[in-house]
Design a protein around this ligand. Structure first.
Ligand code: SF4
Length: 497
């Protein structure tokens, strides 16, 4: 019914959007259709936030849930909240309030012994500046409703909690009081609310240039629209730079790396990229590459792992967001010039994959020859965690680590730079530059985050056909990663002959 409609201009999420960029706030209100398509990865992050929020409610059991039964029925959420507040002592989940046309819902709101406490739950391990602004806005709305909080806590995941048996909710979460910071921001909150409301009542899109704020603190979902005219080879592609400086450069008229002045101060790595862009040619440092290929010892094992990182530790001896390896792919070349053989492993979903993973890996990876990985830091950290969790395999794991060579290094150090790498040494950028016909886009699973997500989603899946199809897709993806490494090395060897 019309009389039940709650009028508000800002919510917590639109306030934070506006704090990041006024243009984004305006576009989101009046030009929603220009928003980039929401990725499955982002949807999974939102779902994880909701799941963690629900779990944290167990810290304050038997609360009254003010979540509206129907989406956007804020009137009923406010009404449930007001009724609940009639009680002397009460816990309210999603306690909803509106003040000065700002709507907010506190994840957990507690009234106890005539005192008031609010809790904001985050599926992260650290309190960020954005979380404090979020809390400060809630404090502002509550104060406008005549409620002066005695304390405000941000609840985050406790990264030092190691699960052992049943999940211990109290230990899983950490509470950080931010009341001082929140109170100190109140004047700025008032000003920001006025400013953002003015933006929303304007008739024209705010004139905001692209820059560092487009990706920080969050990647803006209007980048497809705002960045569409940025040319290939733009200054934003220059590696290891700060987007604020590059935006200044861009708007001063220097749009492309090739247009940078000769006296532009840069690192040795950036110098290679600038030279490549100016000369429109790839850069090859054969001596440095030879130094890398000389270190190879046959047989060569090209190895790649996939992991998933549950926010809530699901297995004993794991912590929040721990990388749990569930899959590997190996391409093996016994001798120079021989064809590569392929092996792989995917743990059947539903159980802790770590022990089976390391036992299979040790079986397949032999004891001699170079172990080639792409971004050794990741594989090394996964193996070190396994070594801690399964000390009986430490000696073999250490041997694997000692044999490791990082195929990413020549690209990271720009000993070889292709224009198509566009400032990135990720294997996804290097592969199409070396082999135009090999692409990840043609696969059902095309990146590591997607692999983690689909594997984690298989937990509890009972449809065997779906499980088999997903495992097949995972294998295809991981196999391409190690095949890509084989092709990249072949290429490097050819040019250093
Ligand atoms: S892409 Fe950048 S400039 Fe455009 S709306 Fe988003 S943050 Fe603002």
């Amino acid at each position: 019914m019309e009389e039940n409609k709650i009028l508000f201009q800002l919510s917590k999420s639109t306030f934070l959007r506006g704090k990041q960029c006024l243009k984004s706030l305006f576009l989101n209100k009046f030009y929603k259709h220009l928003r980039d398509k929401i990725s499955e990865e982002k949807k999974a992050i939102f779902k994880r936030g909701t799941d963690i929020g629900m779990l944290a409610q167990q810290l304050f059991p038997e609360g009254i849930d003010a979540t509206p039964a129907k989406s956007f029925d804020y009137a009923s959420a406010i009404s449930v909240t007001q009724n609940a507040l009639q009680k002397e002592d009460v816990v309210i989940y999603e306690a909803t309030f509106v003040y000065n046309e700002v709507l907010m819902a506190a994840d957990i709101f507690v009234r106890k012994n005539k005192s008031f406490f609010a809790y904001e739950v985050k599926s992260a391990t650290k309190v960020s500046e954005t979380y404090i602004w979020d809390a400060a806005l809630q404090y502002y709305v509550l104060k406008g409703n005549g409620i002066l909080l005695n304390d405000f806590f941000i609840i985050t995941m406790n990264s030092s909690y190691i699960r052992n048996g049943n999940l211990e909710i109290e230990k899983l979460f950490t509470r950080t009081s931010v009341i001082k910071e929140v109170m100190a921001l109140q004047e700025q909150i008032e000003q920001s609310v006025q400013q953002l409301k003015q933006v929303l009542s304007a008739t024209e899109i705010p004139n905001v240039q692209i820059g560092a704020h487009c990706t920080s603190p969050y990647e803006c979902d209007f980048m497809g629209y705002c960045w569409k005219d940025v040319p290939a080879g733009s200054v934003f592609e220059l590696s290891n730079t700060n987007n604020t400086n590059m935006a200044e450069m861009y708007y001063s008229g220097i749009k492309r790396i090739a247009e940078l002045p000769n006296n532009f101060e840069c690192t040795a790595i950036q110098k290679v990229q600038i030279k490549a862009e100016k000369d429109q040619t790839d850069v090859i440092n054969k001596d440095a590459l030879r130094h890398f290929t000389d270190k190879l010892i046959y047989p060569l094992y090209f190895v790649d792992f996939e992991t998933f990182m549950p926010a809530i530790p699901i297995y004993d001896n794991t912590h929040t967001f721990q990388h749990l390896p569930f899959q590997f792919s190996i391409h093996l070349i016994h001798n120079v010039g021989e064809e590569a053989m392929h092996f792989d492993f995917v743990a059947f979903p539903g159980a802790d994959p770590r022990k089976e993973f390391i036992e299979e890996l040790i079986k397949q990876i032999g004891t001699q020859g170079s172990v080639l990985v792409y971004n050794a830091q990741f594989e090394r950290s996964v193996l070190n965690a396994l070594s801690k969790n399964f000390p009986q395999y430490s000696a073999q794991i250490n041997l694997i680590i000692e044999r490791m060579l990082d195929l990413m290094e020549p690209f990271r150090k720009r000993e070889f730079y292709f224009l198509e790498m566009r400032g990135s040494h990720s294997i996804k950028n290097v592969l199409p530059a070396v082999f135009k016909e090999m692409h990840y886009e043609q696969l059902a699973i095309s990146n590591g985050n997607e692999a983690s997500r689909v594997y984690e989603n298989l937990r509890g899946e009972t449809d065997i056909f779906k499980i088999e199809e997903t495992i097949h897709n995972l294998k295809e993806y991981c196999q391409l990663d190690t095949l890509a490494m084989v092709k990249i090395l072949e290429f490097l060897q050819k040019i250093t002959e």
